[in-house]
Design a protein around this ligand. Structure first.
Ligand SMILES: NC(=O)c1ccc[n+]([C@@H]2O[C@H](COP(=O)([O-])OP(=O)(O)OC[C@H]3O[C@@H](n4cnc5c(N)ncnc54)[C@H](OP(=O)(O)O)[C@@H]3O)[C@@H](O)[C@H]2O)c1
Length: 399
């Protein structure tokens, strides 16, 4: 069918490349381009020889001109951005200049402020519409599948959804005292930020990790979980009909939080540059350099993830509860694609989102969040490509 340019060659990109190769009818040709070309070449070496033709390139995705040259040379139908959120806008600029469709998994963040909001990317709406190209925002798991789950609930089971709780549990154990499952800088920025949720149309802010609940997750068991700010809350509160309150919880072990607290107390999680031996360094970036590379956790991680959405609302005047979730096994993921479940659960939906746009099912000029499209073909593809979902009509609720 067509060609995709994949930008980034980290944990998530590796899964995207594997999954594009499994879906060679859609992805006939891919180009893996990143800052460190040797990582792209290593991925190509692993997967070359199948039906999907693979090439690689070096690109600095902070540089719009370099991106334009790359896109004009390869002529992809879509760019799959699985670099870092800092590159979202430069890649969108290059897509605009070359009239190429765009998909990502995380919303733009400026390097010097840990702040997630869609404003920057929503500002591209008119320009993408005028150019006749599609930008699909947030096609990972959360954001991503969580938005598709909510759209599926809204389409099939509710007239109005009043309450949504998104629950993200990772019961994986990698055996290290402290490591993050995806890019440490992005992960730690997310966890140490203030929490927030939306109630009656207003953001309510909390101190970092102030709100804690215990939840008994299917196939995982009881876990401590904490309320975090998460980007999909902003778009879902607008796009899902009837929302009164929407929250996001993620599980963390006591061990993880104790390490994090100490690192925070000594200043290692700060993103404010400091002078070190005559050079400016950002403590959090230095910490990233000494922590285990998330891509190396795959062979060591055992256990499962469970991510899903509990919805409460009404259908035909009757109140209703509905829980949609996916359980993913770290070791199974590693066996299949050589990555742990956190990269897997992000990379599979990134490939599926790109295939929805490429096959025309979700092709619509403009900038869209994932829940704005018909969820059914995406839900079908989740079952086909390794993230089957389960549903419950009498879930335990979160107070
Ligand atoms: N929605 C979700 O559920 C979800 C979940 C997890 C992660 N994510 C997102 O997925 C994305 C990838 O995460 P990851 O864990 O794969 O991160 P990662 O392992 O750190 O990989 C990031 C990749 O981007 C490349 N890169 C960084 N800056 C670049 C630049 N200026 N130009 C070109 N390439 C650049 C890096 O190159 P080098 O190799 O040279 O460093 C690396 O290959 C992130 O945006 C993350 O926020 C989303």
């Amino acid at each position: 069918m067509g060609k995709a340019l994949i930008i980034g060659a980290g944990g998530v990109a590796s899964v995207v490349v594997h999954k594009c190769c499994q879906n060679s009818e859609v992805f006939e040709e891919i180009c893996i381009a990143s800052r460190t070309k040797s990582k792209c070449d290593a991925l190509k070496a692993k997967l070359d020889g199948g039906k999907t033709r693979i090439q690689t390139a070096r690109v600095d995705a902070d540089n719009v001109d370099e991106l334009i040259t790359l896109i004009e040379g390869f002529k992809p139908d879509i760019v799959i951005n699985v670099a870092l959120p800092y590159q979202d806008l430069t890649i969108m600029d290059a897509c605009l200049a070359t009239k190429t469709d765009y998909v990502d998994t995380a919303n733009y963040e400026p390097l010097d402020t840990a702040k997630f909001e869609y404003k920057w990317q929503w500002d591209y709406r008119e320009r993408f519409e005028r150019a006749g190209i599609t930008a699909l925002l947030g096609s990972g798991f959360d954001p991503g599948v969580t938005g598709v789950f909510c759209a599926y609930g809204a389409k099939h089971y509710f007239d109005e959804i009043h309450y949504i709780d998104i629950l993200d549990a990772n019961a994986g154990d990698h055996g290290y005292p402290f490591a993050t499952n995806f890019n440490p800088e992005i992960n730690i920025r997310e966890v140490t930020a203030k929490g927030s949720y939306i109630e009656n149309g207003k953001w309510i802010e909390t101190e970092p990790l102030e709100i804690k609940r215990v939840y008994d997750f299917p196939e995982i068991g009881e876990k401590d979980m904490y309320l975090l700010h998460h980007e999909e809350l902003e778009s879902l509160a607008i796009n899902i009909n009837g929302i009164k309150r929407i929250r996001f919880f993620m599980t963390f072990s006591e061990k993880y939080l104790t390490h994090l607290k100490v690192l925070e107390n000594v200043g290692m999680t700060s993103i404010v540059p400091i002078d070190f031996e005559g050079k400016k360094i950002v403590p959090l970036q230095f910490l990233k350099a000494v922590l285990p590379d998330p891509a190396s956790l795959g062979p060591r991680t055992k256990g499962k993830t469970n991510i899903g959405c509990i919805m409460r609302g009404v259908k035909d005047g009757v109140s209703k509860d509905y829980y949609l979730y996916n359980v993913c096994d770290h070791e199974e993921c590693y066996k299949e694609v050589g990555s742990q479940a956190v990269s897997y659960t992000t990379g599979v939906p990134a490939m599926i989102g790109a295939s929805m746009v490429m096959t025309g099912k979700w092709k619509k000029p403009g900038v869209y969040n994932i829940e704005e499209f018909d969820p059914d073909p995406f839900m079908e593809a989740l079952n086909k490509f390794g993230l089957p979902w389960k549903e419950s009509f009498s879930p335990k609720l979160v107070d």
